[in-house]
Design a protein around this ligand. Structure first.
Ligand code: GLN
Length: 214
């Protein structure tokens, strides 16, 4: 993530440690993927109490942008910055593969430069990625246009076969009501460098910075 934002997107990046409190003036916060506290208890359940999360929550509550990828998404749901929960995949296995995603709204900073008719190829790598929420929350997400991405097949069809983990309504990413907190299970940062043979993920970051970079 640091490489993609710093080298490829040419942004000033500061690495913040989980025990820090000071956000050092960062305007866009990214909670990256990984295995915080070894996924003990539930992925993200302990990291949600890391000292820095107080500042992250305050930043979000003041309208600041926060994005969580994979383990970051799990942390943001545990911290109640995003609704719903990420449960163990329906096949009880860690799944690591390329999937396809279809943007469901371009009305956010994170998706504004995406093509809503395109299926983006992005890798997933998680054991607890099954999005779950109550019927009330699901309705709210749909009514407010808060679903950012759904899993689809290569042709862009959203169906059960294309759902890699059993997420409700194929949901792969959402935002909060204020549209300043974003979370997604797939990893666009792993599909941003030419060297990796897939740059479908670049557009997600270009959306955020508002520029297309060569
Ligand atoms: N790639 C990740 O961030 C993995 C998230 C988490 N450790 C899981 O397995 O669900």
């Amino acid at each position: 993530m640091v490489y993609v934002l710093g080298k490829l997107m040419q942004q000033d990046v500061v690495k913040l440690w989980h025990k820090d409190h000071d956000l050092q003036g960062c305007d866009f916060l990214v909670v990256p993927g990984g295995f915080a506290y070894g996924d003990y208890l539930r992925a993200g359940a302990i990291a949600r109490f890391s000292p820095i999360m107080e500042s992250v929550i305050a930043h979000a509550q003041n309208g600041g942008n926060v994005m969580g990828i994979c383990n970051g998404f799990q942390v943001l749901t545990e911290a109640d910055l995003l609704p719903g929960a990420l449960l163990q995949n329906n096949n009880q296995k860690y799944v690591c593969k390329n999937i396809y995603l279809k943007p469901q709204t371009t009305d956010t900073l994170f998706t504004r430069q995406l093509n809503a008719d395109q299926a983006y190829k992005i890798p997933i790598a998680h054991g607890e990625g099954r999005y779950h929420a109550s019927p009330e929350i699901l309705k709210q997400l749909n009514d407010n246009n808060q679903v950012l991405f759904r899993y689809c097949d290569q042709a862009g069809n959203i169906n059960e076969v294309a759902n890699p983990n059993g997420s409700l309504e194929n949901i792969a990413g959402i935002c909060n009501e204020g549209r300043n907190v974003f979370g997604m299970m797939p990893h666009p940062e792993r599909a941003s460098d030419n060297l990796l043979g897939n740059t479908d993920g670049r557009k997600f970051f270009e959306s955020v910075i508002g520029q297309v970079l060569a």
